[in-house]
Design a protein. Structure first.
Length: 520
């Protein structure tokens, strides 16, 4: 008993013996029962066994499972259906043998439901899929059959739930028992280590969803700019899949051609509908995050060359279903971000021909104005002012979201090309954009406008600055769990200060302050 290698070896031996005995006993008892044990969520075993030697012997393993058999449940007068976990295809070494199943603990049920009810809507506030598309059924299905996504999601859920509960109880001594990330976070650590060899990872939906979720996990756990490496990994996975003539995950034979042709599916073909929903969601989220990250990093979107192939004006791929904005605006924002990188390269070359750059700027500006004209034409947005709030309570339509993002694109184009000079030419655009944010946007969906709020806020006039200070220093935008948003207001304060002092401060200079910020 010296806390050394020999003690850990003995403890590991005891654990293996108990586990093997328990398994034999469970198998023996289950063979005598008329109904099987309920098995729902996937869980890997080997990884937790490998890491168990570093855990206190008395610490319970979250996800180890509490078997709920029919006999014990029926004693409470409740009937329990037979539910089996679906074998998944992800393979992250031996630790992720997707064929293994296990029971699910009460803590896992809590975290799973918390993810579905609170975390996922927080990540994607505008995502409300149609009933004809199967709603969010694909999400639950993928969670239950794909271990990488399951563990990444529940780790994020544990972080969020813990921050919410601790914020409510404050410094009270009556803090309720909280589910710890435990085994789920152990898996995420293993996944993070594997991302360096991303080319060797299997390209399929469960692993892709896990890598995307790990981007949000880094934001929830406040790990600086580590989200960038996670996003880069997701982008590389997409590029690898595209290069191998498959999409972000291995498509089923019966629907691969239909998916590539971007067709709609019959409601009766539920499997095809589900796979199409997963494919479209993952593709859109990766392209969206790639575009948004390029704004603060100051580089061209890595997937820019794929944009016109996968996110066309009439495609089934619609950003408006994911984050509320129509495709044409998001594609233009991606092109503007590419101009930023081209501009930087041009400044580094003495003999650079800027004629093509000027032509691109004029073309983008024309498309933005044409789009704004079509959005402005028609009936105004309906708003019912809430007397208790500065914000309106209205239903946010894709048309409204697109309108605000179009104003954002116009301002962003000016910042990339002219910086903070000649802002008077944007006077009308800035005023109308802020008016929409103040009078037409509901508090519930305001977090969907983090990018517009930052871009528009950076050019705000003195009398408009308090509005943005208030927005970025209070809920709903300032969420206790998405701590990365706390970095936005200090950057805006720096920009406002530089503009007011009259010192030269270009948009390029602001990028030095935003490298770690993801505007979502």
């Amino acid at each position: 008993m010296d806390n050394g290698e020999k003690e850990r070896a003995v403890l590991d031996s005891f654990k293996r013996t108990v586990k093997q005995t328990s398994r034999r006993k469970t198998a023996s008892e289950s063979s005598k029962r008329p109904d099987p044990i309920v098995r729902i969520a996937p869980k890997f075993a080997t990884l937790s066994e490998d890491l168990s030697s570093s855990e206190p012997a008395s610490r319970p393993q979250v996800g180890a499972g509490v078997a709920l058999d029919h006999a014990s449940v029926q004693e409470r007068g409740v009937s329990m259906p037979r539910v089996e976990s679906v074998p998944s295809s992800p393979n992250l070494g031996d630790e992720c043998d997707s064929r293994a199943t296990s029971t699910t603990s009460p803590d896992d049920f809590i975290l799973l439901m918390h993810f579905l009810d609170s975390v996922f809507p927080l990540q994607y506030p505008m995502y409300k899929p149609e009933i004809s598309e199967g709603g969010r059924g694909w999400l639950l299905s993928l969670l239950l059959r794909a271990k990488p996504f399951y563990h990444a999601a529940l780790t994020t859920s544990a972080y969020h739930r813990r921050s919410v509960i601790l914020a409510k109880v404050g410094h009270s001594h009556h803090v309720p028992a909280l589910a710890q990330p435990g085994t789920h976070s152990d898996f995420c650590v293993k996944l993070a280590g594997q991302l360096e060899q991303i080319d060797s990872l299997e390209i399929e939906s469960g692993m892709m969803a896990a890598v995307v979720q790990s981007v949000f996990l880094e934001l929830f756990s406040v790990n600086g700019n580590k989200w960038r490496s996670r996003l880069d990994a997701a982008v590389r996975m997409y590029q690898n899949g595209y290069g191998k003539n498959i999409f972000p995950f291995r498509p089923a034979e019966y629907s691969s051609s239909a998916r590539r042709e971007d067709r709609s599916f019959s409601e009766s073909d539920t499997v095809a509908v589900e796979e199409a929903a997963i494919y479209r969601f993952l593709t859109l989220i990766i392209v969206w995050l790639d575009i948004i990250s390029s704004i603060t990093v100051g580089r061209s979107p890595q997937l820019l060359r794929y944009h016109t192939q996968i996110v066309t004006a009439d495609a089934q791929m619609k950003f408006e279903k994911l984050m509320g904005c129509e495709n044409w605006v998001m594609l233009l924002i991606g092109r503007i971000a590419a101009l930023q990188e081209i501009k930087i390269q041009a400044m580094q070359q003495e003999e650079f021909d800027c004629s093509e750059l000027r032509q691109d700027v004029a073309d983008i500006g024309r498309q933005i104005q044409d789009g704004l004209s079509s959005l402005t034409f028609g009936s105004p947005y309906i708003s019912e002012k809430d007397s208790t709030s500065k914000l309106a309570t209205t239903i946010d339509s894709p048309r409204l979201v697109t309108h605000i993002f179009a104003y954002t694109a116009s301002i962003y184009l000016h910042l990339v090309t002219e910086g903070f000079e000649n802002l008077e030419v944007l006077s009308t655009t800035i005023s109308e954009a802020i008016s929409l944010l103040q009078t037409q946007t509901s508090a519930q969906t305001l977090p969907a406008f983090v990018t517009p709020l930052y871009i528009i806020g950076s050019v705000a006039r003195q009398e408009e600055i308090p509005f943005f200070r208030d927005i970025f220093s209070s809920p709903p935008v300032l969420d206790l769990s998405l701590r990365h948003r706390e970095r936005i207001l200090p950057v805006l304060e720096e920009i406002w200060s530089k503009r007011q002092t009259g010192s030269f401060f270009a948009w390029d200079d602001s990028l030095e302050l935003t490298q770690e910020i993801l505007l979502i």
